[in-house]
Write a protein that binds this ligand. Structure first.
Ligand code: SF4
Length: 333
């Protein structure tokens, strides 16, 4: 496997207004590194404010970095002018949370899916028409010709998200960044869309960076997972390994919050993660999770833990594991 995308030590800083006259700095990402091999899927999971959407934008070359670099297929794209990113823009595509705002309501579905081909000057009219119909057929918006003539307001939320996927697919990208692609579609379409994305990933071999607040969907979708908290990765490793044996107290808390189906066929929500996430503008000292951590101990409010490989392939940023390298490590709880 070769590395397709490498985000190295990325930091992103925003200025946020504070009252009428003053502003403050928000470090949305703080020294975050991820790599994605060709054809691989990586889920980035966290609550809102964790920096996961900023990381998605970094992966798509849409976000200015305060520090660090982004390398795509060996090419450093950090801060590159738009003119130099043409090839990258064709090879990396995004699918966003809200299909209503990301798709032009005045264009037909066919025009929406064809637009990237026109932008990148790919094919003649007949070739483009064939590519649009093939993409619509692949996302099961059938009959494709009929769907191509519709406007997005004539479609359901799930169908609109399929249009967004077809638009991303039509360029045959090597990297797809999907930012909360199912959070705004109804529950019945959610599983279908995730299943479809996984099927297409396997068929086309594109690498997927999947951004979600729902750790349960990451389990079904990705080979590797990175859990984010307040602009940092706190745990990362193979998805099944991390979910089967979470070593960071925050990962454990996210898993405890996953709704549990009950025998009466209803979904029961479990306890959410205790406490509100602190403001990224004023992150706590020491370990950023310490005000909410049930295992916090002496020094957690001063010492800032860094990612450490605790079990083969599984890295954790938590002082409980400092110097702990035993196979089969397990956090109590
Ligand atoms: Fe909890 Fe301390 Fe580990 Fe932070 S370093 S997650 S506060 S035990």
């Amino acid at each position: 496997m070769t590395t397709l995308l490498s985000v190295q030590n990325a930091s992103v800083v925003f200025r946020a207004r504070q009252g009428l006259l003053s502003s403050t700095t928000v470090r949305a990402l703080d020294g975050v590194s991820i790599t994605l091999d060709r054809g691989e899927s990586l889920s980035v999971v966290g609550e809102s404010g964790s920096g996961k959407t900023t990381l998605a934008r970094v992966g798509l070359g849409l976000q200015r970095l305060a520090a660090g670099r982004v390398v795509f297929d060996g090419l450093d794209i950090t801060g590159a002018p738009e003119g130099r990113l043409k090839g990258f823009r064709r090879r990396a595509q995004g699918i966003f949370q809200d299909p209503f705002s990301s798709l032009d309501p005045y264009m037909t579905v066919g025009q929406i899916v064809e637009e990237p081909l026109l932008i990148h000057k790919i094919g003649g009219p007949e070739e483009r028409k064939g590519a649009v119909q093939a993409a619509l057929d692949e996302v099961r918006l059938r009959p494709a010709e009929e769907t191509a003539a519709k406007f997005t307001h004539q479609l359901s939320g799930g169908q609109r998200q399929r249009v967004a996927i077809a638009r991303a697919l039509v360029l045959k990208p090597e990297l797809i960044v999907a930012d909360e692609p199912v959070s705004m579609v109804d529950a019945s379409s959610r599983a279908e869309i995730l299943y479809l994305m996984r099927e297409l990933q396997e068929k086309h071999g594109a690498a997927f960076l999947y951004i979600t607040h729902d750790i349960a969907t990451a389990y079904h979708f990705s080979q590797r997972i990175a859990v984010m908290y307040l602009g940092r990765i706190v745990e990362t490793g193979p998805t099944r390994q991390v979910i089967g044996n979470p070593l960071h107290p925050y990962t454990q808390a996210l898993l405890r919050a996953v709704p549990e189906p009950d025998p009466a066929n209803r979904t029961r929500r479990r306890a959410p993660v205790e406490g509100e996430p602190p403001s990224p503008a004023h992150p706590p000292s020491g370990c950023r999770f310490h005000p909410r951590c049930p295992y916090a101990f002496e020094g957690c409010d001063r010492e800032d833990p860094r990612l450490l490989e605790v079990v083969a392939g599984q890295e954790v940023a938590c002082r409980l594991w400092k110097g702990f390298e035993e196979e089969g490590a397990r956090l109590p709880g």
